[in-house]
Design a protein around this ligand. Structure first.
Ligand SMILES: [Zn+2]
Ligand SMILES: [Zn+2]
Length: 162
């Protein structure tokens, strides 16, 4: 799968299947998406229901062949270990990275190619009150065990070199 900024100068490659696909409704993702999509020329990030969609990939499965030097870190106040990478050429948000983690949360709208539909909706206790969530995937008020388990499995596979 290819991950591309809206003008095409930054391009990544993500190999194999993602760890999972999700939409996050937490207050930090809402705030970050709102700030990032308000940058000049930036594409939209926030869904109409207040969710931000991600495709999670192991860090070792993502390569940065093109335009890596154009990436800029964007940090929200009060989120010391999390940064979001923005392509400075066109202000496209590319991914969210929890620096202590072993995965990238790629912004789904930047992903080109066959991607599984959203598999879980997370942190829905923060969703805007009026928002109606699509019924296509289970919704969780917080991070459910199955989310943690998928991340742990991915970590294990990574350690085993698979
Ligand atoms: Zn660009
Ligand atoms: Zn979030």
């Amino acid at each position: 799968m290819v991950v591309r900024c809206s003008c095409g100068r930054v391009e990544f490659e993500a190999k194999g299947m993602p760890i999972l696909t999700s939409a996050c409704y937490c207050d930090d993702c809402q705030r970050a998406s709102r700030e990032l999509e308000s940058l000049p020329g930036a594409p939209r990030l926030l869904g109409e229901d207040g969710g931000t969609s991600y495709v999670l990939y192991r860090k070792d499965k993502v390569a940065f062949p093109k335009g890596k030097e154009l990436l800029r870190d964007y940090r929200l106040e009060g989120e010391p270990f999390t940064k979001r990478a923005v392509a400075s050429c066109c202000n496209s948000a590319m991914y969210l990275e929890y620096e202590k983690g072993h995965w990238f949360s790629l912004y789904r709208d930047r992903c080109v190619g066959p991607i599984p539909p959203v598999q879980m909706r997370l942190q829905t206790r923060f969703k805007p009150e009026a928002a109606v969530l699509p019924k296509d995937a289970p919704a969780f008020k917080a991070f459910p065990p199955r989310f943690i388990v998928r991340l742990l499995w991915a970590r294990l596979a990574m350690l085993l070199g698979r």
